[in-house]
Design a binder for this molecule. Structure first.
Ligand code: HEC
Length: 367
């Protein structure tokens, strides 16, 4: 088999590199954020919005208009809240009303009264109500990929289910993941991994970790994070693993988004036994409305550090769909099929992820 696999591996390496180069070429464009006039936005805010949202963005609890709202309008001058919501989402809310994104209809649609430019200006002004420079902007909160690690720190619960089709002994792996933001740019995570191979069905592993947004640029539409995860197997005979990774995201153009990550998986008893995993994905975001189906194409490459056993880089491709379920997209499905491009222990893997961004409200809101 050796003589067969060598040219094929080389071909795979070449196509992987070609894909990366193609992406690099796209990277030069960046997002084309529309120009805005903050001063015009301030005037609109004061005449239209301040009556409900307060002059500073914090609704006045003594105001009977405000008291009548259920739920209360959020505090737009809270830097965490202000930074985490992308301006594009707020433009939809302002133009089409709260209902359009699953929020309260008491937030009125202004699309008949304000022009598209006035909507962009007033949202740009709202973004200046508080200094959010220490917080990663919500514009960089890209879709969760199937395999690539995400850079943006989140408040999220994700259920990840993976079905591996392989000769005779299919396997199901379920992961429940809890992510919570801490501080301005940090996030902790907890994962419980359950495995069922038809013989044993057990909690196989628990993972704890911390992610930190290292750098970002709203102009370039990019974000870089570093993280470290400790994986603790429940079987005491197996080694723990330390998994440091870097995750990068970049808006390539108005419609295309690239995300990539590099993970080192290091068994604590012998780090030399570990492996390096590279993953990259592009998503096509053809509409700003979250409740739609979005396609993505992902590649992974895994290589052991110690390759004298003849092991080589293993590649997979993962075509996938992101399906926004709620009007605001805070509950979404992620479906993908992972296909080996080189020898793997499995024939295919079906991935199903259900995610709930709990910072945007209850699971049942906005369906
Ligand atoms: C009649 C009162 C009223 C007016 C006028 C109003 N809003 Fe609102 N707004 C609300 C309420 C109530 C909510 C809370 C909706 C919810 O959380 O379900 C809200 C929510 C919002 C949100 C938060 C969306 C989110 O992600 O949670 C933004 C941003 C916003 N309004 C901006 C504006 C801007 C800008 C204007 C002026 C162009 C404006 N609003 C005018 C009542 C109003």
């Amino acid at each position: 088999m050796e003589s067969m696999s060598e040219p094929r591996d080389r071909w795979m390496t070449a196509s992987w590199l070609a894909a990366c180069l193609g992406l690099a070429a796209l990277v030069t464009t960046g997002p084309a954020w529309a120009a805005t006039d903050i001063e015009a936005g301030r005037r609109t805010y004061e005449s239209v919005c301040a009556v409900c949202h307060g002059a500073t963005g914090r609704p006045d609890p003594g105001n009977p208009v405000v008291q009548a709202f259920d739920p209360q309008p959020a505090d737009l001058s809270d830097p965490l809240f202000n930074s985490r919501e992308p301006a594009g989402d707020w433009e939809l809310v302002v133009a089409h009303g709260g209902h359009a994104l699953g929020l309260s209809p008491q937030m009125p649609a202004q699309g008949e009264v304000l022009t598209g430019q006035q909507v962009r200006d007033v949202v740009a002004y709202v973004k200046t109500l508080v200094d959010t420079s220490g917080y990663p902007p919500g514009e960089m909160n890209f879709f969760l990929p199937v395999r690539t690690k995400k850079a943006f720190p989140e408040d999220e619960v994700v259920w990840k289910s993976r079905y591996s089709g392989q000769d005779g002994d299919d396997e199901i792996r379920n992961v429940l993941e809890f992510e919570k933001r801490i501080g301005k740019r940090g996030q902790v995570l907890l994962e419980v991994v359950h495995e069922d191979d038809g013989v044993d069905s057990e909690i196989a592993e628990v993972e704890i970790g911390y992610k930190h947004a290292l750098a970002w640029s709203l102009e370039k539409g990019s974000i870089l994070s570093g993280a470290i995860v400790l994986a603790i197997p429940t079987d005491g005979d197996e080694p723990e693993e330390v998994i440091p990774y870097l995750a990068y995201g970049r808006q390539l153009s108005d419609e295309w988004v690239f995300q990539g990550s590099a993970r080192a998986i290091l068994p604590t008893d012998d780090a030399g036994d570990g492996e390096l995993e590279l993953a990259g994905v592009v998503h096509y975001q053809w509409t700003p409305w979250p409740r739609h189906v979005f396609g993505g194409l992902e590649f992974t490459a895994v290589t052991p550090f110690d390759d004298d056993g003849g092991d080589r880089v293993k590649f997979t491709v993962v075509p996938q769909l992101r399906i926004g379920l709620t009007r605001g997209g805070h509950v979404a499905l992620n479906l993908g099929v992972e296909l080996p491009l080189s020898d793997q222990s499995y024939d295919y893997r079906a991935h199903l992820n259900l995610l709930w961004d709990f910072a945007d409200g209850s699971f049942f809101k906005g369906w």
